[in-house]
Design a binder for this molecule. Structure first.
Ligand code: CU
Ligand code: ZN
Length: 369
């Protein structure tokens, strides 16, 4: 079939919206009609050419939500008409990682996905017979996409898809960092560095877990206001003295749990040092640039500081994204303030501009109108 899609032709150039060919789903695959896709930093990072593992031509977009149109042979867990959220982090439920409660990093299709292929090593997207690669296994800046069954989370049909889509990446990453990776304890003191979608999700996750104090640090007063809306009890404009100020606020000890959601290694270091002696846990959710390193004073580790990382919030996508969406539907997570602009597929480059300008938290594309 013919589909309209936003293609990254060349790094550093605007995306080109055009018609492509999309083949039928192979065994184990699903055809999805995309109704909403969030514009995320990873899309712009790849489009800029800064990501050394990036490739082109490819259809970007990985924060999608839509409706199942057709299923390939052998697909059992999804049926036509189901509402789904795309998962760049799949869950096969069979590999050694999926079988372990300790990680969400499914091993099933990693190598092919990293190359922009579907699990059988080919693409369903093409143009004049030449393959076009699938970005992060999703390619959600398109009217339709074909994805593996194991990379789709079936969510409540009641959930508006233009809200559900942000559970595909940023929001679940933040929520999960607090709820699953760190498993924040009730009554604890938490500090969240960064108030983009991931940081705001972490603030909400700390609140849902019953944290008593949630301090959010960012450079933008507007974003700090949004953090208050998600449950931050205190907010702070960040600077070189952020750690000292947090120690002052916590009787000199620091926080039980800290979260880093900026991707800046200098901020990561502050997040480590703002955690407390004995048991403080710093969870790094931001993605640093290739080759960058994080400085930690080893003495901190000896005296009980702990540091861990969190990819997609430790969320096992097919099992836990539907549950997070349920919590949104139950009123536990306030999604609306996180969504700022609604755009057509043709406006995808404007979505990138809004992201660069930090105008709002998330712009949502509506690929099928
Ligand atoms: Cu993302
Ligand atoms: Zn797996």
């Amino acid at each position: 079939m013919k589909v309209r899609a936003a293609v990254l032709e060349e790094f550093g150039a605007p995306l080109a919206v055009q018609e492509l060919d999309l083949a039928e789903p192979a065994p184990g695959e699903v055809l999805v009609r995309l109704e909403a896709t969030g514009v995320c930093h990873t899309d712009t990072y790849t489009a800029s050419g800064a990501d050394p593992s990036g490739y082109a031509p490819t259809v970007l977009g990985h924060e999608g939500a839509g409706v199942v149109e057709r299923v390939g042979e052998g697909v059992r867990s999804l049926a036509v008409g189901d509402h789904v959220v795309t998962l760049f982090s799949p869950q096969c439920r069979e590999c050694i990682h999926c079988m372990s409660p300790r990680t969400n990093l499914c091993l099933a299709i990693r190598a092919e996905q990293n190359r922009g292929h579907l699990p059988d090593g080919t693409t369903r997207l093409s143009r004049d017979g030449e393959p076009v690669r699938h970005f992060m296994g999703c390619s959600a800046f398109a009217e339709y996409t074909v994805m593996p069954e194991i990379a789709l989370a079936k969510v409540s049909p009641e959930a508006p898809l233009d809200r559900a889509c942000i559970f595909a990446c940023g929001l679940s990453t933040g929520l999960g960092a607090a709820m699953y990776t760190a498993n924040v304890e009730p009554g604890s003191t938490c500090v969240v560095f960064g108030a983009g979608l991931v940081g705001l999700g972490a603030v909400a996750g700390c609140r849902v877990q019953g944290a008593e104090r949630i301090v959010c640090v960012d450079l933008s007063e507007d974003r700090l206001e949004l953090a208050r809306g998600q449950g931050a009890t205190e907010v702070m404009v960040g600077g070189p003295d952020t750690v000292e100020r947090i120690l002052e606020m916590t009787d000199g000890f620091g926080a039980d749990f800290t979260f880093e959601a900026t991707g800046l290694v200098a901020v990561m270091r502050q997040a480590v040092e703002a955690a407390r002696m004995g048991w403080g846990l710093c969870t790094v959710a931001g993605v640093a640039g290739q080759g960058e390193t994080l400085d930690i004073v080893p003495r901190l580790l000896i005296t009980g500081w702990r540091v861990c990382g969190s990819s997609f919030g430790g969320v096992k996508g097919r099992d836990q994204v539907p549950k997070l969406v349920e919590r949104y539907m139950a009123g536990d997570i306030d999604v609306d303030p996180l969504i700022s602009h609604h755009l057509s597929l043709d406006d995808v480059n404007h979505g990138f501009e809004l992201l660069e300008a930090q105008d709002g938290i998330r712009s949502i594309l509506h690929p099928t109108g």
